[in-house]
Design a binder for this molecule. Sequence first.
Ligand SMILES: [Zn+2]
Length: 281
Amino acid sequence: MAMPSQVKMGARVLRELGEYARALPASDARHRPSPPESGLVVDVGSGQAPHPRADLIVDKYVADDFERGSALVIDKPLVVGDGHALPFADHAFSYIITSHVLEHATDPVVFASEMQRVAEAGFIQVPGRRAELTFGWPFHPWLIDREGSALVFCPRGEAKAPDGDYFHRAFTDSAVFALWFAAHRDDWHHSVHWERSFDVRVEGASAAPQTADLDVELTLRTLNEMSVVGPTGALRATLRCPADHGVLADEPSALHCESCGRSYPVANGVPVLLAEAATTA
Ligand SMILES: [Zn+2]
């Protein structure tokens, strides 16, 4: 027979589980994208979990999972591009999703201005300072705070999460811990639902100790071995040169910018619109 203290503890656990479950719908609404029913939606850095509503996904590192929790999932038309120079026309999209991406940025101000250039509205989620110092992802160069509507990025410097592995394991091993985390997401993640504009500030310069490698040849080889499709129709019409937003003309296995003369490879139908991949005639 259970001891009275265990009964009390059991009752308390049940009561708390009920509280977390009741808190979840409102927490989810604050911390999940809310894309419109119509209009083009792009998910940038969708990694292992593209949003179901996304029409197009953008990733830079298709051949390297170093900065990703698990393997890349590609279940939508794909463009290989960089958030700091998005290869799209101004206001090409109704909505842009960047979930757990901006904290990887070398220059969050440039990345943020590109998001506002190519889309009318969007959703941003980043881990907050507490998450970085508790769980820790050493490849994130930033500690991020929210001040009013602004996201403020400070260089991580030497700040580490010495027990990060322990907390990552607890999150994976314990459904109760994961539920508690989800119900208290406000304490861990900053989520911004923005329209027209949002505010990003950087205090200091980034110094990421280690980032994913970009190998253009390996990227092209990887794309050719993957089951992927590129953008067609209305999605193809959104594409622009990442360097100067010039119109891109189709060439055999390349896209050619009519204004700056750069050509970008297309592998297995997927445009690789990266500065690193550009060639000039
Ligand atoms: Zn160009």
